[in-house]
Design a protein around this ligand. Structure first.
Ligand code: TEU
Ligand code: CA
Length: 531
């Protein structure tokens, strides 16, 4: 099947935090190779590798200095070729991170090709996503350049056809090596509104998200590069609605296979900014996911995720990481993996890793977190309030090293890790999950295997039930008289609903059923029926 990715389960590796093979405290390519059997054992089909290219690491590799070489911290090009080979030998595929909205300011292009970037005599009022103005003055040229992220990440000028060609050449180079696709970093930011007008309160997003030439550029990229390979593409697209996604992912348009939406990730904070967190209202989440399920059915394709390297850990966010860690992690997995789309698992999610609460800001490494902290401290917010926000929201929650064992440094490294471990590795770790019959790991493994056995998970039409219930997320997947019914209790309260349970239990996260007559769900219980 050409659309093999519709049945795939993806696993994201953030290499710096995955597994360190040489004791320098930084995860690396040989470290990944050591763990491929573990991923194969979980049932993974496709690995998405966050950036491993040469980079000064202002934003942990999302600032690329050279697209054609490997960051020496991670290894060499020989290590990479070996990794690709070992992935393929195990029948898995490898998807690369493609970061082409910007490069590092240390990229040779930034020195030699002024017209590959976006320059203005006078800056507009846009604010950078990492804080401060989105413009940086360059002494030598006497002008400002645009950087939507850090000032070491200048935005590329996609209006320039020569620049576009250089990017397509680079993509061909990796695909010819044999990589199986790309996750495209903020790819819906590449077309800027030509006038670069000021935005309300410095928010320029309507002028750089889903800009005027975006569909043209993606179509061109597809015609020039992607259509020549059997590869998979997922566009990371903040600020994208289901209507936009219908255009981006409709195969007839030849743009990308699927996108990452942010709408469901934006439900637990205020409208102004992500640091202003509030509890999730489950009905918002239900309505939002329902909207996406319906919008793309028979038109495009969804990607399904709760976690990545930019998001806090879902068990701490929408679940309960203290009293019901096993139950809520498995319930959340059930809820997501039975939707229509391609599921993405972020490293550590499969063992229910949690957010971390470092006692001081000094333990944090993420540029976004550190900039925010400084900026707000200057404006007068207290350090303890700020730390509180960091504990809930910081991207570093996702970036603490993988907890392999209960031994020293969780066996992530024999040296000193680049960022501290979450101290709970003594009881939350891969080894203990592998040794226990009941574990989050084995539950994920079961879910992944069901996707391969039960076609309805891929093809069935979504229908929300019990819409008004504020703690229950329940839905059906239906096709030609066959049905899956999914019940997920998002609370620590028992829920009773007057449904007549039909069919056999396909998967459940408690050992037995409370009742055969009606649906009774204990805290964070999930049950899926098939008939
Ligand atoms: O992220 C894009 C993005 O806009 C957000 O996810 C961002 O990380 C954060 O939520 C802002 O509040 C991508 C990468 O995933 C991220 O790691 C990079 O830092 C960013 O692009 C720049 O390349
Ligand atoms: Ca290393």
């Amino acid at each position: 099947m050409q659309e093999w990715w519709k049945k795939a389960t993806v696993y994201q590796i953030y290499p710096r935090s995955f597994n360190d093979s040489n004791g320098d405290g930084v995860g690396d390519l040989q470290g990944i190779i050591e763990k491929l059997d573990y991923l194969k054992g979980l049932g993974i089909d496709l690995i998405w590798l966050s950036p491993i290219y040469d980079s000064p690491n202002d934003d942990n590799g999302y600032d690329i200095r050279d697209y054609y070489s490997i960051n020496p911290e991670f290894g060499t090009m020989e290590d990479f070729d070996q990794l690709l080979d070992e992935v393929h030998k195990r029948g898995m595929k490898l998807m690369m991170d493609l970061v082409v909205n910007h490069t590092s300011d240390e990229h040779q292009w930034f020195k030699d090709h002024e017209d590959y970037y976006i320059w203005r005599e006078k800056p507009n009022n846009w604010q950078s996503i990492f804080g401060g103005s989105a413009w940086e003055y360059n002494q030598e040229k006497g002008k400002y350049y645009l950087h939507l992220f850090s000032k070491k990440q200048p935005d590329l000028n996609w209006e320039n056809p020569e620049l576009r060609q250089r990017i397509y050449d680079m993509m061909h180079w990796w695909l010819q090596k044999g990589v199986d696709g790309f996750r495209m970093d903020v790819i819906n930011f590449i077309s800027k509104h030509p006038g670069l007008p000021d935005g309300p309160n410095g928010d320029g997003s309507t002028y750089f998200m889903n800009g005027p030439r975006i569909h043209e550029f993606l179509r061109e990229m597809n015609d020039e590069v992607l259509s020549h390979y059997n590869c998979v593409t997922v566009g990371e697209m903040p600020g994208t609605t289901p209507e936009d996604a219908q255009i981006y992912t409709n195969p007839y348009n030849r743009e990308v296979n699927m996108i990452f939406t942010f709408e469901h990730m934006d439900l637990d904070h205020g409208p102004e900014e992500k640091w202003d967190y509030k509890p999730l209202n489950l009905t918002d989440l239900k309505e939002n996911l329902e909207k996406w399920q319906h919008a793309l059915y028979d038109i495009g394709w969804n990607s399904l995720y709760w976690n990545n390297h930019d998001q806090p850990r879902v068990v701490s966010r929408f679940g309960n990481d203290t009293n019901y860690r096993y139950e809520s992690a498995t319930m959340l997995a059930t809820c997501l993996h039975f939707l229509q789309g391609t599921p993405y698992i972020y490293q550590g999610e499969e063992i229910g890793m949690t957010n971390v609460k470092f006692p001081t800001i000094n333990e944090y490494k993420d540029i976004e977190t550190l900039n925010m902290f400084e900026e707000k401290k200057k404006k007068g917010t207290s350090e303890s309030d700020l730390l509180d926000q960091v504990h809930y929201v910081s991207r570093d929650n996702a970036r603490t090293p993988i907890q392999w064992t209960a031994k020293k440094q969780a066996s992530f490294t024999t040296g000193t890790p680049w960022i501290k471990l979450n101290p709970n590795f003594t009881h939350i770790n891969v080894e203990s999950d592998l040794n226990n019959k009941q574990s989050i790991y084995s539950y994920y493994k079961h879910l992944i295997s069901l996707r391969k056995e039960v076609d309805l998970i891929t093809t069935g039409k979504f229908r929300l039930i019990h819409r008004e219930h504020s703690n229950l997320f329940a839905y059906k997947r239906e096709e030609e008289g066959r049905t899956l019914t999914v019940y997920c209790n998002f609370s620590d309260q028992t829920i009773v609903v007057n449904d007549d349970p039909k069919g056999d239990v396909l998967i459940q996260n408690y050992e037995d059923l409370v009742s055969n007559e009606l649906i009774k769900l204990r805290p964070y219980e999930s049950i899926v029926y098939k008939h």
